[in-house]
Design a protein around this ligand. Sequence first.
Ligand code: GLU
Length: 375
Amino acid sequence: MSQRDRSELRTARRWVVKVGSALLTADGRRLDHGVIHGLVQQLVKLRERGCEVVLVSSGAVAAGVVRLGFDERPGDLHSLQAAAAVGQSALIRSYEEALAPQGITPALVLLSHADIRARDRYLNARGTLGRLLELGVIPVVNENDSVVTDEIRFGDNDTLAALVANLVDAEVLLVLTDRDGLYRGNPDSDPDAVLVPSAEVDDARLDQMVSGGGRFGRGGMITKLSAARLAARSGALTVIANGRAPDVVRRVASGEEVGTLLSTQRRPQSARKQWLASLLHEHGSLVLDDGAAAMLATGGKSLLPIGVTSVTGDFVRGDLVACVDAGGRQVARGLVNYSAAEARKLVGLASHLIPEVLGYGGDAEIIHCDNMVSL
Ligand code: GLU
């Protein structure tokens, strides 16, 4: 298998850029609008190269702590959640103000891990983010801290960023932090500590490195390494770099050796198909007419209601279903956009009639090609 390297960063199109609280705050508490402005300028330039950018940003808690007049970051979870709820509007406003002169709008998308792991919500979130990117908007994703506490407790959005990279099929996850990257040794105490320029993400020696050096706990290198491994599931390369370094986004995107590249052998497209293929439990099946069966067998095409002749089983939106030909042979499987009850109503129907039959507009496809694997 060929080694993937930094040259791929030059042609990568879809990026998830993650910025943590340590970077966005002036003193660990209030938002540093100068840093946000500088970051936004860099993301705009990345877009000018033809890239699509989803930003995963922390900073709500830090902003909220100031607004609520707390002297320091509170220790209890509900106060942190309250601070996040108060601070989120300040955070998105800061992005809005920085993007306004460029004529670009940010969109606030609050997600939880469960939203991405449950496949019905996965389809919805994926659809929304995809549409936002088509519309030229920069989605700013944060954890929905009012209702979940995963990132407040452990990750400072590292894991969320990786899940978003899986969700949008990003080619690159760029984790911007207040460190230059991943070190062999602890740069705080060991003058001989050396920056690791690149490594294979599954290399077991990395576990040793992150536990020996760098920050422990919330948002430290341990969570960044596991985020890189999660991102690799869908084939994304991860770069961990210092968000305070001048021009860091452009330098990473130009393939310069900055930060730490954590590479994976898995390619984005095939990794996604493998993941779909590994979802073992099929909840039902769609029987296809000959035309649709032939089309799906070759791959790359969505399944429309008009190609379906009957529906078996009981499933909900987001479940895995089999696509079988008239003889019962499975030709593909995928995540279905409609429940079994809805799908039964749509059998043989032209897609433009879906709103009339169901009483609401939905996806034109029963299974979108992105969510399907041919067998
Ligand atoms: N989602 C949180 C935020 O935006 C995570 C960071 C934290 O716990 O400080 O602030």
